[in-house]
Design a protein around this ligand. Structure first.
Ligand code: ACO
Length: 438
């Protein structure tokens, strides 16, 4: 493929060496970031598909929500650097920003918070729905099931062609997801559900629902609430990652938002994605002691060993993950607040981070600690059980999923997502009767 583009023409020319034919493809300009070759008519014009498993070179949609520059370690929500948002905004503001495109004024924020908190409770029948799960269910299994079931309870916000329905469904998802998450935890440990308190902030309310009991109230530490808010902000959206693309693909068929978010939660659960922070803690526990680090680093580098250092590497960030910087700092604030100075797993994590950052293999392959490396340590320090780590990621990402889903539904060029394939199976062959099969 030759780049024939200049400032005026903006095209790529594709040469078919077999036939000698040339095809000129339009090139689209991003507002920031790489240009995009428009291959929408490629099949019609050439009879060829593109092949890109893992979609490393494929843009699947137009979006105005999140921008990532993986080489430079840049992450912008609606143009604002993630570091500024983590420092100056709270999660409610970031939700507003992702949904509406601009930071809210104080009046807009007050109305938004009121509208969202109005929906924090779950229908009593949803509460009963929880009871159908085995008591030792993984909270992510409960999340997938309960969120998917919301479409059975909230029929009045399922018409995706109606902007008001979409807005109510969006508020419901953002408001109810912490309640569902906390209840999934309470259910798994056999404690009664703690209802939401709408006078608390988003993060305070979540921590309260997690840790209060009917027998004992829980005073939420402002430092921990701020740390939780930061974690939610840092995970709120991340462009077209696996779970967001899942939400969009599910939604492209016209499926309702609750079903789409449930699909996103299922995708997030995998250890290569949102399950990584849980996998980090499991890995640290398995390593067990600083003296064993070398052995595990060796395993991670061994091509014949499937073991990977969890919390290292990222598909997009190839220099550093800007979220990891903020998270590292938050991690130290939380440990100071909680007076944790002697946590063996933390010592292990710090040493692992040091060794991997100096190791030739990790340096050469640009494998840096990602956001999940630190978030797991923070959650553990806060007393959040490992099985809830990915659930918290889902709580944070729900606003991103719903913003991306809304953007997709409102896009007039939106079509059902339908990738093609490189077929390597049998060509057509004659049917063999059972009596003649060998
Ligand atoms: N430990 C050891 N080696 C690694 C690691 C790791 N964590 N990550 C990548 N590599 C190696 C691969 O073996 C591969 O080596 P090769 O070139 O010799 O074959 C090379 O680095 C490139 O790896 P890919 O898997 O091709 O990179 P990809 O972009 O597809 O994967 C991913 C990125 C999935 C995040 C990967 O780095 C990984 O599995 N990391 C551990 C899991 C993790 O922390 N996930 C969280 C991601 S962040 C998030 O979801 C918020």
């Amino acid at each position: 493929m030759n780049d024939n583009s200049d400032a005026n023409t903006q095209t790529f020319t594709l040469m078919d060496n077999a036939s000698g034919d040339q095809y000129v493809l339009p090139v689209l300009e991003s507002s920031v970031g790489p240009r995009v070759i428009d291959v929408r008519k490629l099949y019609a014009d050439t009879g060829c598909f593109t092949y890109d498993p893992g979609y490393t070179s494929t843009g699947s949609c137009e979006s105005r929500i999140t921008y990532i520059d993986g080489e430079e370690g840049v992450l912008l929500y609606r143009g604002y650097p993630i570091q500024d948002l983590a420092e100056h905004s709270d999660f409610a503001e970031v939700c507003y920003l992702l949904l509406y495109g601009d930071l809210p004024t104080s009046d807009q924020k007050a109305v938004f918070e009121h509208d969202v908190t109005y929906h924090t409770m779950l229908h009593e029948q949803v509460n009963m729905f929880f009871r159908g799960f085995r008591r030792d269910s993984h909270p992510m299994a409960i999340m997938c099931g309960v969120v998917g079931a919301l479409s059975a309870f909230y029929h009045d916000s399922l018409d995706i062609s109606d902007p008001r329905h979409r807005m109510i469904a969006s508020f419901r998802m953002i408001a109810k997801i912490p309640t569902i998450a906390a209840q999934a935890y309470k259910y798994s440990i056999g404690q009664p559900f703690i209802p939401p308190q709408n006078n608390l902030s988003y993060s305070e309310n979540f921590l309260h629902m997690m840790f209060a009991t009917p027998a004992e109230d829980y005073a939420v530490s402002p430092i921990l609430a701020k740390a939780m808010d930061r974690i939610l902000i840092l995970h709120a959206d991340h462009e077209q990652n696996a779970s967001t693309s899942t939400v969009r693909l599910a939604g492209s068929s016209g499926a309702n938002p609750f079903a789409c978010i449930a699909a996103g939660i299922a995708s997030l659960w995998g250890p290569a994605h949102g399950g990584a922070n849980e996998a980090v803690l499991n890995m640290l526990e398995k390593i067990g002691d600083v003296s064993k680090i070398d052995e595990y680093v060796k395993k991670a580098k061994d091509k014949d060993d499937p073991f990977r250092l969890m919390g290292f590497g990222h598909r997009v960030y190839k220099n550093f993950d800007p979220r990891a910087h903020v998270m590292r700092q938050t991690c130290h604030e939380v440990l100071d607040e909680l007076g944790i100075t002697d946590e063996p797993l933390l010592d292990l994590a710090i040493e692992l981070e040091r060794i991997a950052l100096e190791d030739e293999y990790f340096v050469e392959k640009k494998l840096y600690p990602n956001v999940d490396f630190y978030s797991g340590i923070i959650f553990k320090a806060m007393g959040i059980p490992t099985s809830m780590f990915t659930v918290l990621f889902a709580v944070a990402r729900t606003v991103g999923w719903i913003a991306q889903w809304n953007e997709m539904v409102e896009d007039p060029s939106q079509r059902i997502g339908r990738p093609r394939q490189l077929y390597l199976g049998e060509p057509e062959r004659d049917y063999v009767m059972m009596s003649e099969r060998k």
